[in-house]
Design a protein around this ligand. Structure first.
Ligand code: 9PG
Length: 512
């Protein structure tokens, strides 16, 4: 391998021979990371989700590009990487050059050519030096409420599940979205009349660690937080609120983590969560604080986000386990124990509407989760990597046995095993295999980019890699129309309503 470290605000590195592929690397957990061929990718839809799924500053870019680093692959399989050693940076392929872009002046960059694994080994060592790495904790085995119950959780059901999974070798029971009054108002809603302390106590009484989900850097417009403290929220250069996407049937707004009162509020929020008794914390939708805007203190956007995350890390204490999700990747390094490195899974391998019409590989789907996670495995030397949950039961998903197995194997490769399967869904056989899976860490050997040996079995992930072919001609016109429709809040509200109804049905089936 040949390499050098250069300092520049705008480096150009000549690509010495014909490149076959480009390595795109998305900004945050859910954004696409993958080797792609050199033809431009269609711009994902709907636009209303861009700030929530991608870096909105670069989303219209037609040339192959990505956050912090980019690489090309040659005929012989070797690669050339241009990778920043600092924040606020971006790389694109510009003709015969890899071009580095910086939003905050001169930066250090690694330029390295050679075998992909060697290049990324070196890059990760340099990044540890720059960002640090969190103290190593035992990778947790998690039961998470999201992928079966979604927001249809309440204390009765969670207490029941706690008792049911007590015998199973999970370390953590993590309560996901659905316990809070509003996103922004982090107090329990009426479905949790005994309060969060009592819930954490029940979980701990079963010998498990209590885990809790929050999206601390975000608020919906209808929240008390937004109404009481509009001055805490990020605005653009014209003084309008920066919209951080659309979810929970509402527009989202981002906290300004350079505002001293916001930092104080984040600190007390994290202390409160610890006092309740939760020591595994999944902080989600973190990208919000790194969106472009005009801040109280004039700091570059990723640096501003990192400042907020640092305050939360310190208030949680080093003994808490911090999982960052929906998080800009490099600005989170060194501050979290684990990082979600791909989009959400769902009960489907791929959804035709999302993959073809919306051309959006950040939307929840098993194939999307596997693809992006595989391209971020190299981060494992810096941070524990969360590939999202796996499914064990045949209930509650439409996956084939092979697809479920791929997900399970990927989680073994990442050393991060989690599921949301409901205890009463398991057959005897499924339960036995879940126990075995959780009890024994697999022996993992790397074979090549998409192939591994897991306990001696060859596991080939290449079926997860291809992206849907872009539509052309009349079909492309149809796509444009569909994207336009999908961009309307009522379309997303409809989807939200449908998924809530489905989750309610699942919840009701528990009582039967
Ligand atoms: C709770 C969930 C779960 C999940 C997180 C996050 O619109 N989107 O593209 C979108 C992507 C991911 C997402 C929600 C919306 O899920 O990754 O594990 O905690 O929030 O709301």
């Amino acid at each position: 391998m040949e390499y050098q470290i250069i300092r520049s605000a705008h480096p150009f590195v000549k690509i010495p021979k014909t490149a076959q592929r480009y390595l795109v690397h998305g900004w945050q957990s859910w954004s696409l990371a993958s080797w792609i061929d050199l033809s431009p990718l269609p711009i994902p839809c709907p636009q209303i989700l861009h700030p929530l799924q991608y870096d909105p500053v670069y989303i219209q870019e037609q040339k192959p590009h990505g956050s912090w680093y980019g690489a090309v692959e040659f005929d012989d399989g070797n690669i050339l990487l241009l990778g920043a050693l600092g924040l606020e940076t971006h790389v694109r392929m510009n003709g015969e050059y890899l071009e580095g872009l910086s939003e905050a002046g001169a930066n250090d960059w690694l330029v390295a050519e050679g075998v992909e694994r060697d290049v990324f080994d070196l890059y990760s060592q340099l990044l540890i030096h720059r960002f640090g790495s969190a103290p190593r904790k035992k990778p947790p085995r998690v039961w998470c409420s999201w992928y079966s119950l979604y927001t249809a959780i309440d204390e009765k059901i969670l207490n029941q599940i706690c008792r049911q999974v007590q015998e199973l070798p999970f370390d953590v029971i993590q309560v996901d979205d659905g316990w809070q009054q509003k996103v922004g108002d982090w107090q329990p809603n009426p479905k949790f009349p005994s309060g969060m302390k009592s819930l954490a106590k029940t979980i701990c009484a079963q010998g498990k660690q209590a885990g809790l989900w929050l999206a601390p850097l975000l608020a919906v417009k209808s929240s008390q937080l937004f109404r009481k403290h509009p001055d805490w929220f990020l605005k653009d250069q014209q003084g309008r609120f920066v919209v951080a996407g659309f979810n929970w049937g509402e527009q989202l707004f981002a906290l300004d983590t350079t505002h001293p009162q916001v930092l104080e509020w984040l600190q007390s929020l994290m202390q409160m969560v610890r006092e309740w008794g939760f020591d595994y914390v999944k902080l989600d939708f973190l990208y919000a604080a790194a969106l472009p805007g005009k801040r109280f203190q004039d700091l570059p956007r990723e640096t501003a986000y990192r400042q907020g995350l640092k305050v939360m890390r310190q208030s949680l204490g080093d003994d808490a386990y911090l999982l960052a999700c929906g998080a800009p990747i490099f600005p989170s390094l060194g501050l979290c124990d684990a990082l979600r490195v791909g989009p959400d899974v769902s009960g489907e391998w791929e959804n035709n509407r999302d993959a073809v019409l919306l051309a959006n590989p950040a939307i929840p789907a098993v194939r999307n989760a596997i693809r992006t996670t595989l391209h971020r495995l190299w981060l494992e030397t810096i941070v524990q990597i969360d590939p999202d949950v796996v499914y064990f039961t045949s209930q509650g998903n439409h996956l084939t046995n092979e697809q479920r197995q791929l997900l399970q194997d990927l989680a073994q490769i990442c050393h991060f095993r989690a599921t949301s399967d409901l205890p009463h869904w398991f057959t005897e056989k499924e339960l036995t295999s879940l126990k075995q899976y959780l009890e024994k860490e697999a022996d993992v050997q790397w074979v090549d980019r998409y192939t591994f040996r897991v306990d001696g079995r060859v596991v080939d992930f290449s079926s997860a890699i291809p992206l849907a072919q872009p539509l052309t001609g009349i079909k492309e016109l149809g796509r444009n129309l569909f994207c336009w429709l999908a961009n309307h809040p009522w379309a997303l509200k409809l989807i939200d309503w449908q998924s809530k109804r489905a989750a309610e049905r699942t919840r009701r089936s528990l009582g039967e």
